[in-house]
Design a binder for this molecule. Structure first.
Ligand code: GLA
Length: 389
């Protein structure tokens, strides 16, 4: 069965029989480089095979109509300046995409769209960015525009601010431009993306804590606090860009000039995490899985002790992963709940899975391996998929 069968069928229910165009925008799991994209430092996620899938059809007018199982139908007129829908309503993501397109290409024809997804929501796997990416591409393709990666990246991270999140550009870049079988080394200002092949013998598991990290509310505020602390530390030290810090002879030692506290801790996390990204890229290129694993563990410790974005469940889960035979594990995404990324050798996947089930999931009601313990194969981004599937 085609991966778009469900969205195509839903579109027929919404808008009657007829042809459909399709787009799939994958979620991402960040391998290394956490909480540093917003300081314009490189990060290295992979796009997953799990995605938001949209079947759509251009309309004659400029109304956007969409349906998603479990979220209901939404319809609005696409105007040059869109207001927000009710807070927490999924229509805001549709509006964010429309607003992002308006900024560069103006208002265009609307679409009828049916949206399905096999990405767990609020898990730190960027389901919301994938939705915005998918709807943006649908709106552009409906009017015959094939936008480039660079053009899309000019509007997408900004577009997400419309729904109240102030993330960096990692999620959209990974969802758009990743290559199958590769991690994506993403740089910012200027934007760049370099595919780095993942050795066939490596496997990444995405393990859900079964606690969610809702982006609205407290977690979002905490995210912004971390971002601000890192930036204040930078300015206090007389720099305007973390890349200047990293070019200094001993960047970590600069922290001694800051008072103990959140700013110094954020500074240290940022600087050391950026260094870990560099080391992780060379470990990946050398195929040194053991080294890559220990870098993941060090990243988790820094996110836990310095940035303080971990939770007891994430600490427990990452510890259980290593105890089960993984080479390393760390929280992935913004933290405060959600998922951990776990590196293991491919031949150890079953052993690690079983260990995690016995150690972590056996005591938790509602465990569903298809949702909570996923093998993340590096898949292609939305721009590298056939649009006629
Ligand atoms: C969220 C943001 C990303 C990034 C991560 C933390 O997922 O959307 O841009 O900042 O948090 O690394």
């Amino acid at each position: 069965m085609s991966e778009f069968a469900e969205s195509r069928a839903l579109l027929r229910e919404l808008a009657g029989p007829g042809d459909a165009l399709v787009v799939a925008a994958p979620g991402r799991v960040n391998l290394i480089g956490e909480h540093i994209d917003y300081h314009n430092l490189p990060v290295m996620p992979i796009a997953m095979r799990r995605a938001v899938r949209i079947a759509y059809r251009p309309c004659r007018d400029s109304r956007i109509r969409a349906v998603a199982p479990g979220y209901g139908r939404r319809e609005f007129e696409w105007t040059p300046s869109l207001a927000m829908a009710a807070p927490g309503d999924w229509e805001n993501y549709l509006r964010a995409a429309a607003q992002a397109v308006t900024g560069k290409w103006g208002v265009g024809p609307g679409i009828d769209a049916a949206v399905t997804s096999d990405l767990p929501a609020a898990a730190g796997l960027s389901s919301s960015s994938a939705l915005i990416v998918g709807v943006t591409l649908a709106l552009l393709r409906a009017r015959g525009v094939s936008a480039t990666f660079e053009e899309l990246m000019e509007v997408l991270p900004e577009g997400e601010h419309f729904v109240g999140t102030r993330g960096g550009g990692m999620d959209h870049a990974a969802s758009l431009d990743s290559r199958a079988g590769c991690a994506s080394l993403i740089g910012f200002a200027p934007l760049s993306l370099r595919p780095v092949p993942v050795p066939a013998g490596w496997a990444f598991l995405v393990a859900h804590t079964m606690t969610t990290a809702e982006k609205s509310g407290a977690a979002r505020e905490q995210y912004n606090v971390r971002r601000a602390a890192g930036y204040t530390a930078l300015v206090r030290l007389g720099f305007s860009d973390y890349r200047e810090v990293l070019a200094a002879p001993d960047p970590e030692s600069l922290a001694a000039r800051l008072d103990a506290g959140a700013e110094r801790d954020s500074f240290l996390h940022t600087v050391t995490e950026a260094m870990r990204v560099g080391e992780a890229v060379s470990a990946l290129e050398r195929g040194d899985a053991a080294r890559f694993g220990s870098i993941l563990n060090a990243s988790h410790a820094s996110l836990r002790d310095r940035l303080r974005v971990s939770t007891p469940a994430l600490d427990r889960l990452t510890g259980d992963a290593v105890a089960s035979g993984a080479l390393g594990a760390r929280l992935t995404g913004a933290g405060f709940g959600g998922c951990a990324v776990v590196l293991c050798r491919r031949e150890d996947v079953e052993r690690v899975r079983q260990g995690l089930v016995a150690r972590y999931y056996a005591q938790r009601a509602g465990f569903d391996p298809d949702k909570h313990l996923i093998l993340a194969e590096p898949g292609p981004g939305a721009l590298h998929r056939d649009v006629t599937e």
